[in-house]
Every structure is written in C-alpha cells, then in structure tokens.
Design a protein around this ligand. Structure first.
Ligand SMILES: *[C@@H]1O[C@H](CO)[C@@H](O)[C@H](O)[C@H]1NC(C)=O
Ligand SMILES: *[C@@H]1O[C@H](CO)[C@@H](O)[C@H](O)[C@H]1NC(C)=O
Ligand SMILES: *[C@@H]1O[C@H](CO)[C@@H](O)[C@H](O)[C@H]1NC(C)=O
Length: 346
C-alpha cells in the first residue's frame, strides 16, 4: 500500500506538469520549500527587542529507507519499462513529452545512503537559517560565538547534517567551520521522545490521541523555559530532531488541536491537524523571547509564521503566563516515570 502510493506519487509528480497540488500533500514527506515563509523581514514589536530564540527543527528532506530504496531500484524500474512498452503498443494516454520524461528517468542510490539528508534537504536548512537570522537579529547574532549559539542534534546522519547546513546558512564559510555542535547522545530526551514507528496514524501516535505520548514533550518544553528564565546561557538554541518529537511539542503547546478526535471512519476536510502542513521535512517551531520595557514575552512561530498560543490572549505572550500555565510541565516532568508506565496505561 505504502509502496503503491509512493510509486503513484513519484510518477504523478514526474509526469504531471501541474504537480504543485500533489507536492503539497505528501504528508510527512512533503518538502519544506512549499511550506516555509519567504517573508524574512525582521519581526518587530514597539519597545521590544528579540533577545533569545529556542527552535526545534525536523531534519530536512532525506532519502527513503533501505526497503523503499530497494523497491525503487526494482519495482519502479520495472514499471517504467512496462509503461514504455505499453506506450509502444499504442496503449495509455501519456503525451510524447511525458513519455520522454519517463524514458530519461533513472535513479540509482546505494543502500548505505538510506535516510541520508538530500541536496534538497541541505538547501532547506541553509535558507531556513538565512531567514531566521534576518528575522531575529537580536537573538541570532551575526558572528558566531560558542557561548551564544547552541546546536544540538540526535545521533543520526540526517539530523547532524541538517545542523551543519543550518550553521552554513547562518555564518560565513570560515566561521561555520568553527561551530561547535553538542555531542549527540544515544538517548536524548530533550530531542527525541519515545521512538514509535499518515494524519490519522501520527495523530494517535504523536498527537492528541493519547495523553502519555505528548506529555513526554515536557522535557523539551522544560528545557525551553529554563533557557528563557536564565540570564545567561545561549541566546540562540537550535535543536535538530525528528517528526514525532515536533508533533509532540506542538501537541504539548496545544497547537492545531482539532475540535474532536480524528477517526478512521470519517474524513474531516477542514481539519487543522494535517501532516503535510504541520509535519513536512524541515518542519519547525520557534519560540522567541522578547524583552519589552523590562518584561519578558514569548512569541511562537510555526513554519516561520507567527501563531498565537491558545492559552495566550495575544501573539506576544507574557513569559509569566506561560510558566504558570505549564507549571506541571516544568516541575512535574519525569520522563522515566512516564515511560515506565504499563501498557494498559497507553
Ligand atoms: C512581512 O513581514 C513583516 C513582519 O512580520 C510584516 O510587517 C510585513 O507586512 C510582511 N510583508 C508582507 C508582504 O506580507
Ligand atoms: C570558545 O570561544 C572562546 C573565545 O573565542 C575560546 O577561547 C574557547 O576556546 C572556545 N571554546 C571552545 C570549547 O572551543
Ligand atoms: C539551554 O538549552 C540547552 C539546549 O538543550 C542546554 O544545553 C543548556 O544547558 C540550556 N541553558 C540554560 C541556561 O538553561
């Protein structure tokens, strides 16, 4: 089923000249190019200065896993030959131009590149970094300094490379080489919530379906509050992670919550919980600390667009309000405790 869909989508993308529609709906495989906000003007509020940023970023577009690579190298190529053969026999309705494109299509990828960051993914990170720096010049300084910047990623090639290319987008070549990345930990509860392996599935696994799944994100939320509450520490923290974790953080912050649970027996066309929109490659959530006449406020941005947190009155939300609201996440966040819960609690 997944493979069929993949093949269908690949060919559709390939053949269709009006492909933008399909590209927008590839679920968690949607490239970021179609989702980011190209407006990179500085985000200003009167009498306020952006002083810190805490941003979680899903790695950029990656190659398929080994199983899918194998299938592309075999089944997809068989399909290509089949289509060309049928066309020669006068079957099908593809135009000459489409046939030519299929004819020239080829794809060779070694299995050892499975899940590696692609060229598209590298570009996504560079451009995202450039825009982020322009938007928040107070928090994201122009010059690299190992005390001001913090880069952290999970122990995977795609997250590590995403961090690297993001740094390349922030600094000039020479400076980017000096960037220090926090060593990746095997188990990193800030960056990686419990490992589970499209909208409906993620909703129940990582979203509002179960309490426990998104409660784990308290570890990340707590980290953000600690950073924002301390005078020192890095002013720009960039954390590179994976799909499940971003979704759990969004859920923990009560963003994109549908009015009722998503179900298999009913499609809700205007649902806010949509993997293509909220969980594409490069998906990101930024929380920015603004200091306004001595008072701290937090601004949230999802996919580089300002969003109002539901527990706040305005976009620019007092840090104090958030700390009160998330009191439990900060003071009663015990990951080991949650994850030792028995199956019947799930
Ligand atoms: C771009 O973003 C800035 C800052 O948020 C905003 O003031 C401006 O109206 C935006 N420009 C466009 C064309 O949307
Ligand atoms: C951080 O930067 C300072 C000043 O540029 C430098 O002296 C120090 O060695 C750096 N720390 C590390 C761990 O590289
Ligand atoms: C801020 O967050 C980073 C990244 O997780 C963490 O390593 C650092 O200790 C935090 N700093 C402060 C002052 O809370």
């Amino acid at each position: 089923m997944k493979l069929c869909l993949f093949i269908l989508v690949s060919f559709a993308l390939y053949c269709s000249s009006e492909s933008s529609n399909i590209q927008n709906h590839l679920g968690s495989r949607t490239p970021y190019r179609l989702k980011g906000n190209k407006n990179d003007s500085q985000i200003k509020y009167p009498n306020c200065k952006d002083s810190k940023i805490w941003m979680v970023i899903r790695h950029g577009t990656r190659y398929p896993n080994a199983k899918d690579i194998t299938k592309i190298n075999t089944r997809l190529k068989e399909l290509k030959l089949e289509i060309l053969l049928r066309h020669r026999l006068g079957k099908g309705e593809l135009s000459d131009e489409q046939i030519k494109k299929i004819e020239s299509w080829t794809w060779d990828l070694d299995l050892d590149k499975e899940k590696f960051l692609t060229l598209e993914g590298q570009d996504e990170m560079i451009i995202l970094a450039e825009r982020t720096r322009k938007r928040f010049p107070g928090a994201v300084k122009e010059k690299y300094d190992n005390q001001t910047f913090l880069f952290r990623y999970t122990a995977t090639q795609r997250a590590q490379q995403s961090a690297r290319y993001f740094a390349n987008g922030l600094f000039d070549k020479k400076e980017a080489q000096d960037v220090i990345f926090s060593p990746a930990a095997k188990v990193d509860t800030v960056l990686r919530t419990m490992e589970y392996y499209q909208d409906l599935k993620y909703y129940w696994m990582d979203g509002y379906g179960h309490d426990l799944t998104y409660r784990q994100a308290c570890v990340s939320i707590k980290n953000m509050f600690e950073n924002f509450s301390s005078k020192g520490g890095p002013s720009a923290s960039f954390l590179f992670t994976h799909s499940g974790t971003i979704l759990k953080i969004l859920t923990h912050l009560e963003l994109f919550k549908p009015r009722s649970h998503l179900r298999g027996d009913k499609n809700v066309p205007d649902r806010t919980w949509r993997a293509s929109d909220i969980d594409c490659f490069g998906a990101n959530l930024a929380l920015v600390l603004y200091r306004c006449k001595g008072v701290d406020y937090v601004l949230a941005l999802h996919q580089e667009r300002v969003v109002k947190l539901p527990m706040c009155e305005k976009e620019l939300c007092p840090l104090k309000t958030l700390k009160e609201y998330f009191h439990k996440s900060i003071y009663e966040c015990d990951y080991t405790d949650m994850c030792s819960l028995k199956k019947d609690d799930l």
